[in-house]
Design a protein around this ligand. Structure first.
Ligand code: MEV
Length: 326
């Protein structure tokens, strides 16, 4: 018996960090996936799960009695999400887990959420349980909180459901109509941000300056709501695209204000605008990681200019969230 499930990464268009304070956010699934394969393991290995990811150069054993990771090769970061999923949804029978990954880790593309969602989905399928997407999204969010200390449900929701999603102030998931195909470029800086640390830093700055920081966080929420109306249109006119780009630029300025920008990200944001992007901003936690540019046309010029500085990809939009591979 073999079970294979995958889940996509994501890019946040609006509302990162503010979402941790209960504000809305908009994100879309990108066609870069985490794929988990579960196979029956060695019969003598009860309560031990083996884990391997050749592409990430990772190998480990998960001890389900002690709830810990014995690392054989690589860094344990992403393995923690797999361990927590196994502790939540597995009965301890011997299994081998293999992770394949199409996205970089810690680049702001929701790699940890995708791994948590894919592992849970593969486990549900392995145990022949029905797949309830919202239940998997909820469990994956609990895993992110356990591993990172704090996390909004945004990354796990978008990874489980796919598409382009507005997460409301009450964590209601609303699919938006727009199709962003071919107009998004994502640039990665070489330094990686740590989501948990970045979120903690913003919370700390908010607590020491609540009167000012709350206004900034509220404004980010308002920007997201403006963007929602535009992204709910079936077809975006040039004027709508310009308006969306403008909202991204304002959102970027506010992310700078809450302290998650870096020199490299800033450079890339402005390189993209100079190369013709109609809007650009940090995407995800910041402090390193990625930026996103909205482009009219194919975005190739923006892509080429960003690549002169750092790495960049076209972020094709994915309608699909969890996939169970037959
Ligand atoms: C990280 O991808 C997005 C943040 O808003 C954190 C979160 O939502 O959990 C920075």
């Amino acid at each position: 018996m073999q079970s294979v499930a995958s889940a996509p990464g994501k890019a946040i268009l609006f509302g990162e960090h503010a979402v941790v304070f209960g504000k809305p956010a908009i994100a879309f699934a990108v066609d870069k996936r985490a794929t988990i394969t579960i196979k029956k393991g060695n019969i003598n290995n009860t309560n031990i799960t083996t884990f391997e990811s050749p592409i990430l150069n990772l190998k480990a054993e998960l001890d389900l009695i002690e709830g810990n990771i014995k690392l054989i090769k690589g860094h344990s970061g992403i393995v923690n999400y797999v361990l927590e999923a196994v502790l939540k949804r597995h009965d301890g029978s011997p299994i081998d887990i293999i992770l394949d990954m199409e996205m970089p880790i810690g680049a702001g593309l929701g790699s940890s959420a995708a791994v948590a969602v894919a592992t849970l989905a593969a486990l549900e399928n392995y145990h022949k349980r029905d797949i309830f997407v919202s239940k998997i999204a909820k469990m994956a969010h609990e895993i992110e909180i356990k591993v990172q200390g704090s996390a909004s449900p945004l990354d796990t929701t978008i990874s489980a459901f796919g598409g382009i999603i507005y997460l409301s102030e009450n964590s209601e998931v609303i699919s938006l109509k727009s199709d962003l195909e071919d107009s998004i470029v994502i640039g990665y800086t070489s330094s990686r941000g740590n989501t948990g640390e970045m979120v903690a830093g913003v919370i700390k700055r908010r607590d020491s300056n609540p009167k000012i920081m709350d206004l900034v966080i509220d404004s980010i929420g308002k920007i997201t709501n403006e963007a929602k109306s535009l992204l709910n249109l079936n077809q975006l006119s040039n004027e709508n695209m310009e308006a969306l780009g403008e909202l991204m630029n304002i959102n970027h300025g506010l992310l700078d204000a809450i302290g998650v920008n870096t020199l490299e990200l800033s450079d890339m944001v402005y390189i993209a605008r100079k190369a013709g992007a109609i809007g650009s901003k940090i995407t995800g936690a910041g402090g390193g990681g990625s930026m996103i540019a909205l482009c009219t046309g194919d975005g190739n010029h923006v892509l080429a200019e960003l690549r002169k500085k750092e790495n960049a990809i076209k972020a094709d939009f994915s309608k699909e969230g969890i996939i169970i591979h037959k």
